[in-house]
Structure formats: structure tokens, C-alpha cells
Design a protein. Structure first.
Length: 202
């Protein structure tokens, strides 16, 4: 009989800790912003449920990641995203890795996928890989794919040659070009934007 109250209290504590991001995430987002996308998962591996969200307000669009613990919520990272998306960002989690997919631009589009993993040494979200593709939605020009492994420092660039016109248009990939990039850690907020990856600057 004495064990039950302790068990119930412990269960309520765990449930409260897991639910905390739902109640407390808003204070880490821009005031008055709306949540475009969100995912809840344990990024830090401590058994508590953390949260990642894309929030939008006017011309501001940000990705925010917070961790929950017995001491409350802590921000693990924040970064600005392109304010003109062509659709809703997609947030998923695979083996503790946060995957952020986004599509921006106009008739010339940039499709990007960024992969983030928690770095316990600095308590931040580290970029471990990113894939960026440029293409024409109206088949007006060539495209390009750039895939970068930030842990190995290997980057693969593939040019996409436009073939045909109208309904018969398609992209034909050229031979991939292998490049070497820095393996220095990149933490959320310091990563290159999709346009910068393509060489357009920010």
C-alpha cells in the first residue's frame, strides 16, 4: 500500500516532464508567431520528450529546438529559414536525428534536407548532413544537386542537364563531382543556407 503513492507520483512526474514541451515551447518562439510544423522526440537521449518547431510571423520564419528535463526547458538551437516557402516544412526524426525538409523559391526552386543531431559536449544541435537541389519548375534551365556529409567532409555535386521541352522535358544527371569540405562542427544557426550552398550568397 505504501508503494502505490510513490509509483503514482513517479508516473505523474514522468508524464508531466514529457508533456512540458507542449505547454512551454511557445515562450521560445517569436511573440505572436504561428507554428508551421512541429515534431516531439527525445533528441538528447535522456528519456524526456523534446520538441522542434518551425514558427512563422510576417517575414520571420525560424526553426527552434528545445530539450526538456527535470529542471524545465532549455533551447538547443535556433536558426532562420527562408520566409517564402512553397509549402509546409516537414519535420521528422530517425534514430534521434532531426530531419528538416523545406521547399522555397519561385519558378526556380530550392529543395533542401538538413539533418541535425544533438552534441552532448556542447549541448547544441549539430549539422551532420545536408542535401540541396536546385531545379526549374517550368523546365527553363539546368539544375544541380549538392549532397554534403558534414562528418566525413565529403560533398557530392551533380549537375542536372535539361533535356527536351514542355511535356517531354526531363533532367539528365551528369557524372557526380566529389569535393572535400571542412569537417569542423557546424551548430544550428551557423549552417549555410540552401542559396549559399548553391553559391548565391545570403
Amino acid at each position: 500500500m505504501r508503494i502505490m503513492p510513490v509509483f503514482v507520483a513517479a508516473l505523474l512526474f514522468v508524464q508531466a516532464a514529457q508533456a512540458e514541451p507542449v505547454a512551454g515551447l511557445a515562450k521560445f518562439l517569436p511573440i505572436g508567431s504561428e507554428v508551421e510544423a512541429r515534431v516531439d522526440a527525445d533528441f538528447t537521449g535522456d528519456g524526456f520528450v523534446d520538441a522542434a518547431a518551425v514558427a512563422v510571423k510576417d517575414d520571420v520564419r525560424v526553426l527552434v529546438v528545445v530539450a526538456s528535463s527535470s529542471r524545465g526547458l532549455v533551447k538547443l538551437g535556433q536558426t532562420e529559414m527562408d520566409p517564402g516557402p512553397l509549402g509546409t516544412a516537414q519535420l521528422t526524426v530517425a534514430r534521434g536525428v532531426l530531419i528538416v525538409e523545406d521547399l522555397t523559391g519561385g519558378t526556380t526552386a530550392l529543395s533542401s534536407t538538413y539533418r541535425w543531431r544533438y552534441d552532448p559536449a556542447v549541448r547544441k544541435m549539430r549539422l551532420i548532413g545536408d542535401d540541396v537541389s536546385l531545379y526549374s519548375r517550368t523546365w527553363a534551365h539546368d539544375g544541380k544537386d549538392i549532397s554534403t556529409n558534414r562528418l566525413t567532409g565529403v560533398q557530392i555535386v551533380t549537375l542536372q542537364k535539361l533535356k527536351g521541352r514542355g511535356g517531354n522535358a526531363s533532367y539528365v544527371p551528369s557524372k557526380p563531382i566529389r569535393k572535400v569540405v571542412s569537417r569542423d562542427p557546424i551548430y544550428m544557426g551557423g549552417e549555410p543556407s540552401p542559396s549559399r550552398t548553391m553559391g548565391w550568397g545570403d
